[in-house]
Ligand binder design. Structure first.
Ligand SMILES: [Ca+2]
Ligand SMILES: [Ca+2]
Ligand SMILES: [Ca+2]
Length: 162
């Protein structure tokens, strides 16, 4: 993990971010899928498989199971420096949140649709709120589903990248 930290830099020029992205995009399709991110997170940064998977979903802001260049760039420039991964307490919170999230993700898509969202909100005690408004607020990119990242932004248990 030590070596990897050097490429986190808020001011990293786009060309540097791009060359890193291209390096891991081994099939050259312009996005980093799970396997390619495993090379980075597990192979080069030394995360174990569980951490790598939860972290992958946290980086996948729109929840489509690919890391786009934009998502990759947001991450590298966030200066988050694996804070969540290196802090056991924070990572435990992340895992706990992930378990909640998956409880309501009944179709195992790693995103919550409108109905799943409503069940989740009721579980958290938000019975009488305007569900449409609340959904629109949590679904930051307005793609009709709540990603794990959007959920974590709402939950505010730990600081997550924006
Ligand atoms: Ca790829
Ligand atoms: Ca994505
Ligand atoms: Ca969304």
């Amino acid at each position: 993990m030590q070596a990897g930290l050097s490429f986190f830099d808020k001011k990293a020029p786009t060309v540097v971010v791009r060359s890193l992205f291209d390096k891991y995009d081994s099939n050259g399709n312009g996005k980093l899928e799970e396997k390619e991110m495993q090379t980075l997170l597990e192979g080069d940064l030394g995360l174990d498989h569980e951490k790598s998977w939860v972290y992958f979903l946290l980086l996948d802001k729109n929840g489509d199971h690919d890391i786009s260049f934009e998502e990759f760039s947001d991450w590298l420039r966030s200066e988050e420096h694996f804070e969540v991964l290196n802090d056991k307490e924070k990572f435990d919170s992340l895992c706990k949140a992930f378990n909640y999230f998956k409880t309501f993700d009944t179709d195992d898509s790693d995103t919550l649709d409108r109905a799943q969202f409503e069940r989740m909100m009721k579980f958290f005690g938000h019975e009488s709120i305007n569900m449409d408004k609340a959904f629109a607020k949590m679904d930051k990119d307005e793609n009709g589903k709540v990603s794990f990242w959007e959920f974590m932004v709402w939950l505010q248990w730990i600081p997550v990248l924006n």
